[in-house]
Write a protein that binds this ligand. Sequence first.
Ligand SMILES: [Zn+2]
Length: 429
Amino acid sequence: MRDTEFYEALLGLRDPWRVTKVELNSSAGRVDVWVEDRSGVKWNCLECQKKASVYDHSEQRVWRHLNTCQYGTYIHARLPRIKCSEHGVKQVSAPWAEPGSRFTLLYENRVIDTLKECDVTGANRLTGTSWYEAWNIMEKAVARGLNRKTSLVPDYLGIDEKAFAKRHRYETLVCDLSSGTVECVLEDRGQDCLEGYYGQFSKDELAGIKAIAMDMWDPYIAATKDLVPDAETKIVFDRFHVIGQVTNALDKVRRQEHKMLMAKGQECLKGTKHLWLMNEERIPDWRKGEFDEIRKMKLKTGRAWAIKESLRHFWDYSYPKNAEKYFKRWYFWATHSRLKPMIKAAKTLKRHLPNILTYFKHHITNAVTEGLNSKIQTVKQMACGFRNREHYRKAILFHCGGLDLYARASSQTGASLDTTICGMAHAKL
Ligand SMILES: [Zn+2]
């Protein structure tokens, strides 16, 4: 087999494409492969499907391909341009690359695979791309994935805020709870930004949403009530955020009491913060004795802790009526505890009770979103910080968006005389 035939087979080229020359430059560590189209071929115009003859060939271009053994491999070609009687001069696209790319499809997909496993800088080292090139491939992959995605609104949504970079800057994550993927990352956590997300769907589409798990955050509630039909029956306040409110109240009680006790020289609450905050069953065995002892001291913190722990049983019920009865008893207890932060938290929950009770209808939580949050944390660490928010958002969609990221050959690949110009309909000439 001649080297040109060998490379035709390696590259999967079929008529009318053929390899005309292969050059090995071992000192430069590269193999250069020249590809040409057979003359006399008529190509279909993508826009009207009419056959047209080759008008001329564009300037020679070079594409980086996967290595041949240890040698970087480059494809050289002058792509034909046809002249359609109706649509003018159009360039034929190469079957081995996407229009405008300096990399072959296989090379881009190798970089995508590498980016999935490590950060952009790591991908540079492993694939020999520059930071900008690897980033560009990631960006294109996300755009490709978003393009391929059906624009249906998910049945079950999770909406969650996420602090970005420094404090007081937030993003809103909209997640598809069924697939456990990030739908989109919104720039803020205000009403407008969430309305912007809902705004891309029709009223009928929004009516198809079955339930939405969210934090008790007024702007999210307002945006959802404004735009999602029957939102009152669909919003479910996430149980972990609900418990979070009461846990924060408990922590306030602990801090105040600890300060007061320290002023009297009593250190019994020192170093116990996490024991109070974690779920009872997660307290490590070796600290259980110590924790039992503090609880016997009849501290305010102990009372607040018992109130927090008992609320967790609210979600054990199957029927909303029974859960509501349980809540009423809990509420009475919490509001008569003489612990101000706890009373305040209980009142907040009472105000939001109808949409805490919707849990018993839909059984959704934002636990998926929380899982994604930790994945995003990893993405953040992998990237050692992002140059800007846009990069950050794209990296989240790349890693957590469940998108179909890979570059694929157009239907022109392997075509013979019936070749169609694909993907190049909108390309600049
Ligand atoms: Zn045409």
